[in-house]
Design a protein around this ligand. Structure first.
Ligand SMILES: [Fe+2]
Length: 318
């Protein structure tokens, strides 16, 4: 076991500006305080940390590790279309249905969610209290080369690289976020979403540029849940959101994580990076069992401009 300053595992940066990979950290027997502090510092610095062969033995070990980051989120309900996993802290990100079978395209609820998650986002930005950490674990993976990679965008570097004029223009702007905006964008013809008026549904308000306190940097908090800009004509706000989102998702800011083995874990900071799921040939064919925990943000920007009382009944991070 390493002492402070000597983590006892190897760290390798995997993108020129962010994201790192840890090798040699076996979490099957838990983690020491020193090791955890090192991991948390890496998450803050790099935004994304992939722990190869972390090997949580079960859901409880995954939950216990996650809780070290703070206030863990619990799902309030299980969709009848998903597996009845026993712990509310574990979110089912698999492609399996309530019977443990691979989801097919006839399952509208699941396929619309999969398409929504393929758009760039930060988990939980549509909530009054946003999400801080997500911890995603591979339990069962499809054959290599059939896809299912996870992509991350360095939204802090993207902010740093903006022209000063743009930074001045957007520094105090507030975006209106909605879960339904993402789902409608991803599924314009779906009967589940096409007739929904986004602004008739619950929304959240978060600043477009947020301060990432642990690193002292700024993040461009431009997620696919962001529907419009407060106080700006709809079209003008949406045009600005698109320009900023297009800026963030340039190839130079993107790291693609290829899942290698069951037991691998990705930990990312939703208050520093954006992410998305990618599709692939595995869909409809091969099992992909992924499980995720989320930690609520407790920092100064956690509630954005929302009433904290509303967070008590907020939706799952999705
Ligand atoms: Fe996500």
């Amino acid at each position: 076991m390493g002492s402070a300053g000597e983590p006892g595992f190897q760290v390798k940066q995997v993108h020129p500006t962010f994201a790192c990979e840890i090798q040699g950290l076996d979490l099957s027997q838990g983690i020491t305080d020193d090791q955890f502090n090192q991991v948390r510092d890496l998450v803050h610095e790099y935004g994304v940390v992939v722990i190869r062969k972390a090997n949580f033995p079960d859901d409880l070990a995954h939950i216990e590790f996650s809780k070290r980051f703070g206030d863990i989120e619990k799902s309030k309900y299980r969709s009848a279309h998903m597996r009845p996993l026993p712990y509310p802290e574990i979110f089912d990100i698999s492609n399996l249905d309530e019977n443990g079978e691979v989801v097919t395209h006839s399952n509208e609820r699941r396929t619309t969610a999969i398409r929504g998650n393929a758009l760039w986002h930060a988990d939980g930005s549509f909530n009054p209290r946003r999400t801080y950490i997500s911890c995603l674990r591979a339990v069962e993976l499809p054959p290599k080369s059939t896809g299912g990679h996870t992509e991350y965008a360095d939204a802090r570097q993207a902010y740093d690289d903006l022209p000063e004029e743009t930074k001045a223009k957007i520094k105090d702007l507030v975006a209106i976020h909605s879960f339904y905006h993402n789902r409608k964008t991803a599924n314009p013809d779906s009967p589940l979403f096409k007739d929904i008026e986004v602004l008739d549904m619950p929304v959240s308000r978060h600043k477009l540029v947020t301060n990432h306190e642990p690193s002292g940097r700024h993040m461009l908090y431009v997620t696919s849940y962001a529907h419009s800009i407060e106080g700006m004509p709809l079209e003008e706000g949406q045009k600005l959101l698109k320009e900023l989102a297009d800026h963030c998702k340039q190839e130079k800011y993107v790291f693609q994580h290829h899942w290698e083995s069951p037991g691998d874990v990705a930990v990312w900071d939703n208050t520093a990076v954006l992410h998305r799921a990618t599709t692939g040939a595995y869909e409809g064919k091969y099992r992909r069992d992924m499980r995720r925990t989320c930690i609520n943000d407790s920092g100064p920007e956690a509630y954005g401009l929302n009433d904290p009382a509303l967070a008590a009944n907020q939706a799952n991070s999705s």
